[in-house]
Ligand binder design. Structure first.
Ligand code: NAD
Length: 488
């Protein structure tokens, strides 16, 4: 499998440019250095913003929605043409399975561009008629226009999927972009810049800068006065920092932030389906998905049986190399993140949790011992106030707790600073409808998890985010509306 380029550069104004300072890209599989990445300083970020601004008054600013849809389709085909290179890049940076990279990450990258190409073509306008006092029939219509320059700051957990989820609609609406991917996962973003370059997008429409957050590219970009709107996916705390930066100049923000999501399993659920569903929702991507369930509530009559079945399933998960057959779980993204997760393992012990399984680091006796692996971990026995039940761990971990009544479980699910999503496992459709309305979250799944029509709104409440993206909601965020009123 090909490896990402040894030196990843920025992409500014249609050119790949290096900067003097670089940082190492480390494999979470075995700790080896994969290559080096240029780190943008303030001057480099300034150049990227200037290039984006220039594109707005240049060729990109004059494109029609149809032309932009064509560009998006060309980018989708470009990713498909280099599909295996994208897979290799995602796998190298994250250590996830090749199978996941193929079926989820890169496939969704393609789909994001195709979806927004179609949506921008179909995006209709608004038109109103009214009779003025002088008897004239006055009409108003609404024009959709880009914000101008949009900053995209994205995380490491689903690098290509989450970056393209924002790049595609932002370009569809005619914005110029400066993307800043996570310092942990720079490779697929660099490939995307190559594909966009090959697709012939006008210079400055898409720019890429690499670097870190505080006092680095992320901060320089989000504090830049010439950035018109900021879209961010990442930790809630980082969102709050960016929001303070965006307050200067009253710039628009869209935030997809952390979660401490609940799965609720009722006694009437299809037992095996619910066990398989919670295994997926707790341990997919080693628990590093904002939508993962770290809190599991199980109706008391089936609690013991459910915990035993979940334990049996978790212990069967195969932890391994990305290209091994049947591998279910890869490493965490980095040693630093592993330290954080192991800190929660220790905290759970201190808080009095019962360890059902996991709780440590697997020993391989090979190069993977230099990586960032942890065992899938299940706890029971903690109170609702325990930090391990309230704070996002972002690892392969869940706490399972019994409940007795619908009202009780609604209260406990809602007793969270976060509010991204919830999953209900029940055969009782009436209960599913009623509870879905009462849960303080942006998305509810019933007898499934993660499945999404890309036209539906995506986002959370509370610390989980601000605004919604997805389908026309993305088009709304990435555009300004101007009302034109005509008295003929
Ligand atoms: P993070 O907040 O540490 O970093 C995200 C991005 O922000 C990175 O590119 C980083 O360099 C940049 N950044 C960090 N500090 C910054 C600053 N002060 N100014 C500007 N940019 C800054 O998040 P992470 O650790 O990369 O990602 C994991 C988090 O993302 C988890 O909390 C997870 O729940 C959340 N997440 C949410 C969603 C969602 O859709 N709600 C999706 C995926 C991940």
């Amino acid at each position: 499998m090909p490896h990402p380029a040894p030196l990843l550069r920025h992409y500014i104004g249609g050119e790949f440019v290096a900067s003097e300072k670089t940082f190492a890209n480390i494999s979470p599989v075995d700790g080896r250095v994969l290559g080096h990445v240029c780190e943008a300083d303030r001057g480099t970020v300034n150049r990227a913003v200037a290039a984006a601004r220039a594109a707005q008054v240049g060729a990109w600013g004059r494109t029609s929605a149809n032309e932009r849809a064509e560009f998006l389709l060309r980018i989708a085909s470009g990713i498909e043409r280099r599909f295996e290179e994208f897979v290799a890049a995602e796998v190298a940076d994250t250590g996830r399975s090749v199978k996941q990279a193929r079926t989820l990450d890169v496939a969704r990258g393609v789909q994001n561009f195709r979806t927004f190409a179609e949506l921008i073509r179909q995006a209709g306008g608004e038109f109103y008629e009214m009779r003025a006092a002088d008897g004239n029939d006055v009409f108003s219509y609404v024009v959709r226009k880009p914000h101008g320059v949009v900053a995209i700051v994205s995380p490491w957990n689903l690098p290509l999927l989450l970056l393209t989820w924002k790049v595609a609609p932002a370009l569809a609406c005619g914005n110029s972009i400066i993307a800043k991917p996570s310092e942990e996962t720079p490779s697929s973003a660099s490939l995307l810049a190559e594909v966009i370059d090959e697709a012939g997008l006008p210079a400055g429409a898409f720019n890429l800068v690499h670097g870190f957050g505080p006092d680095s590219a992320g901060e320089f970009l989000t504090r830049h006065a010439a950035v018109d709107a900021i879209t961010f996916t990442g930790e809630s705390r980082t969102g709050a920092t960016i929001m303070r930066a965006a307050a200067e100049g009253v710039r628009e923000v869209s935030f997809e932030l952390g979660g401490k999501n609940a799965a609720v399993v009722f006694a009437d659920a299809d037992f095996d389906q619910a066990v398989a569903g919670v295994l997926r929702s707790s341990f997919t991507n080693s628990g590093q998905v904002c939508l993962c369930s770290e809190r599991v509530y199980v109706e008391r009559p089936i609690f013991e049986r459910f915990v035993a079945a979940l334990k049996a399933g978790a212990e069967k998960l195969k932890i391994g190399y990305p290209d091994e057959d049947g591998v279910d779980m890869g490493p965490l993204i980095s040693r630093a993140h592993r330290d954080k997760v192991l800190g929660y393992f220790a905290l759970a012990r201190d808080e009095g949790a019962t360890l059902v399984c996991g709780g440590g680091v697997p020993a391989f006796g090979d190069a993977r011992d230099g990586g960032a692996y942890v065992q899938p971990t299940i706890w029971t026995g903690l109170g609702d106030d325990a930090r391990c039940v309230r704070e996002e761990v972002f690892g392969p971990v869940c706490h399972v707790s019994p409940f007795d009544a619908d009202d009780e479980v609604v209260r406990r699910v809602n007793d969270s600073d976060y509010g991204l999503c919830a999953a209900l496992w029940t055969r009782d459709l009436k209960r599913a409808h009623t509870l879905s309305r009462r849960l303080r979250v942006g998305m509810v799944w019933v007898n499934t998890w993660f499945l999404r029509d890309l036209r539906t709104p995506f986002g959370g409440v509370g610390l989980s985010g601000l605004g919604r993206e997805g389908g026309r909601h993305s088009l709304d965020f990435y555009s300004e509306l101007t009302t034109v009123c005509i008295n003929p």
